[in-house]
Design a protein around this ligand. Structure first.
Ligand SMILES: CC(C)(COP(=O)(O)OP(=O)(O)OC[C@H]1O[C@@H](n2cnc3c(N)ncnc32)[C@H](O)[C@@H]1OP(=O)(O)O)[C@@H](O)C(=O)NCCC(=O)NCCS
Length: 138
């Protein structure tokens, strides 16, 4: 559309209304095994917070958070589909999620080392983390 940047055309929704498991097909890139479509929907449905980025009818990114509703919040997933990367959509999703979570004492996430700079922009600090991944439970 003339005079409109891609970013202006992106909308953000704070629930999963209208979403189906197949809308999430393009996501979970690079995972050894992707969660089944039904599980992808469950992940979002059972999250305390979810923000979906849309370009019209297409789902192009999402972020979710789980919390104890008191002190702590964790951001397990953030993804923007490759065609829409490096246009500020990931930044917008994180900003909007941090705004949602601003009253929590601790807001944590794990990321690869190369994304450290991306998350530092939001005032996040690097710590040592410990994880378990049960690859047979996806
Ligand atoms: C990380 C991700 C969500 C960023 O989304 P995006 O819409 O491209 O984000 P933005 O356009 O707002 O910002 C892109 C920034 O991330 C950096 N970035 C993204 N992926 C990167 C990578 N693998 N290595 C280094 N930098 C990376 C870009 O260089 C850019 O840096 P800048 O802010 O200094 O310009 C997207 O690359 C993605 O979905 N990656 C695959 C899934 C993933 O890694 N999710 C994070 C889980 S912790």
């Amino acid at each position: 559309m003339e005079g409109h940047t891609v970013l202006e055309m992106i909308s953000y929704q704070y629930d999963i209304s209208g979403l189906t498991g197949s809308d999430l097909d393009p996501f979970f890139e690079g995972w050894p095994k992707k969660p089944e479509p039904i599980k992808r929907m469950e992940i979002l449905k059972n999250s305390d917070y979810v923000i979906i980025a849309r370009d019209g009818a297409n789902i192009i990114g999402f972020i979710n958070a789980i919390t104890d509703k008191t002190l702590s919040a964790y951001i397990p997933l953030l993804e923007v589909i490759p065609e829409y990367r490096n246009q500020g959509i990931g930044t917008e999703l994180v900003k909007r999620m941090l705004e949602q979570l601003k009253d929590y004492y601790m807001i944590d996430l794990c990321c690869d080392e190369q994304l450290e700079g991306f998350y530092k922009k939001f005032g996040m600090s690097k710590v040592t983390g410990m994880i378990i991944r049960n690859y047979n439970r996806i």
